[in-house]
Design a protein around this ligand. Structure first.
Ligand SMILES: Nc1nc2c(ncn2[C@@H]2O[C@H](COP(=O)(O)OP(=O)(O)OP(=O)(O)O)[C@@H](O)[C@H]2O)c(=O)[nH]1
Length: 334
């Protein structure tokens, strides 16, 4: 083994004071060596370089360290330091900001070890190192900020989407409602009635509940149109529907069957109850002021659903009853 190789492989403890000094000068991290008994703190050139101070330009005391700690970090740093010195914590390692010569702050990681204690257990000497972690800290802060702005962007977009969704749902409900209403009288239209008829016939069969149907037709509506015009006829249809509404409950479905014909579908009602409602409608309509010399009246055909009957059979029987009411002189219930 050459002399050179032996020199390279010499353990650190073999280094002389001068060699150790050279080594400490080269280290880029900030090395500190605190003699707690004298209060002297040695800081290597790397420590000064890191913070932008000329080497050994500050006092070799702990105050130099305390003075560079960011005031917001100071209590946390001191608490960690105290915990370690009093052996409440097994190690000392803490991240905080140090003030540089130009007034800016640099994030560092400070770690230290007690290397000697006095006989009474108090600290005699402690070594430590300051490592520059500023780039990492700033990157993490930047990423955190981006993350939180992304999160708030997502939250904002989610709120917007929820709003759009609600609007669409409202629009859909509105469209569905419009699609099932007669545009003139706003009573349910034939499409809706046919769906309800099918459903209610099935339901009546399933639960053995009564179900009745009132079919109504304007008496002599054609002459109203012919004498007073189609617009007046339209108004008469709307007025009659308003009167019918006063006599039916929320469980009944009032619908325009077509032209001047209307129906009231009455789940849970028997023939007698349907008769009573029809008569109430008949009388209510009579209250309308006449159109010229023409008194507005309706004729009624009533049918109660029979077990197993299809909707069109029920409607056909109501229609036959209506025919009888017309034939019997109109403004009648059959
Ligand atoms: N103004 C108006 N008239 C309508 C509307 N739909 C149908 N009609 C008219 O309603 C009339 C229905 O006449 P019919 O039911 O055949 O006969 P009617 O004159 O009522 O006589 P009866 O039913 O026998 O009492 C026709 O003149 C249709 O043109 C509508 O939306 N508006």
């Amino acid at each position: 083994m050459s002399e050179n190789t032996a020199c390279v492989m010499a353990p650190l403890s073999d280094l002389g004071q001068e060699q150790l000094q050279t080594l400490l000068d080269l280290v880029s991290d900030g090395i500190w060596d605190w003699n707690a008994n004298t209060g002297h703190v040695y800081r290597n050139p790397g420590w000064y370089r890191m913070l932008g101070y000329p080497s050994h330009s500050l006092d070799n005391t702990v105050f130099t360290w305390e003075n560079v700690i960011h005031p917001e970090d100071y209590p946390r740093v001191m608490a960690c330091f105290e915990d370690y010195l009093s052996q409440r914590a097994p190690s000392y390692q803490v991240e905080y900001r140090c003030r540089c010569k130009d007034g800016s702050y640099l994030w560092i990681e400070d770690s230290g070890h007690v290397v000697a204690r006095n006989p009474d257990g108090s600290v005699a000497r402690m070594f430590g190192a300051h490592r520059n972690i500023d780039d990492r800290k700033r990157l993490v802060a930047h990423l955190e900020q981006r993350n939180s702005s992304l999160e708030s962007l997502i939250a904002e977009r989610t709120r917007e989407l929820c709003w759009v969704n609600e609007q669409l749902k409202r629009q859909l409900d509105e469209n569905r409602d419009l699609a099932e209403r007669d545009s003139l009288t706003l009573a349910a239209n034939r499409y809706r009635l046919e769906k309800a008829l099918l459903q209610e016939c099935e339901r009546a069969g399933r639960f053995r509940l009564p179900l009745s149907l009132i079919l109504m037709d304007f008496d002599d509506f054609k002459p109203i149109n012919d004498r007073y015009g189609h617009a007046r006829g339209d108004t008469a249809l709307v007025e009659v529907v308003e009167q019918i509404r006063k006599c039916v409950g929320p469980e009944h479905l009032l619908a325009r069957w077509g032209g001047d014909e209307f129906m009231v579908l009455m789940p849970g009602s028997d023939l007698q109850a349907a008769m009573a409602v029809a008569d109430a409608i008949r009388q209510q309509v009579l209250r309308l002021p006449p159109i010229g010399e023409h008194r507005v009246t309706l004729s009624f055909g009533i049918a109660q659903w029979r077990g197993g009957e299809r909707p069109e059979q029920l409607v056909a029987r109501a229609d036959q009853a209506l025919y009888r009411a017309k034939a019997g002189g109109k403004n009648q219930i059959a």
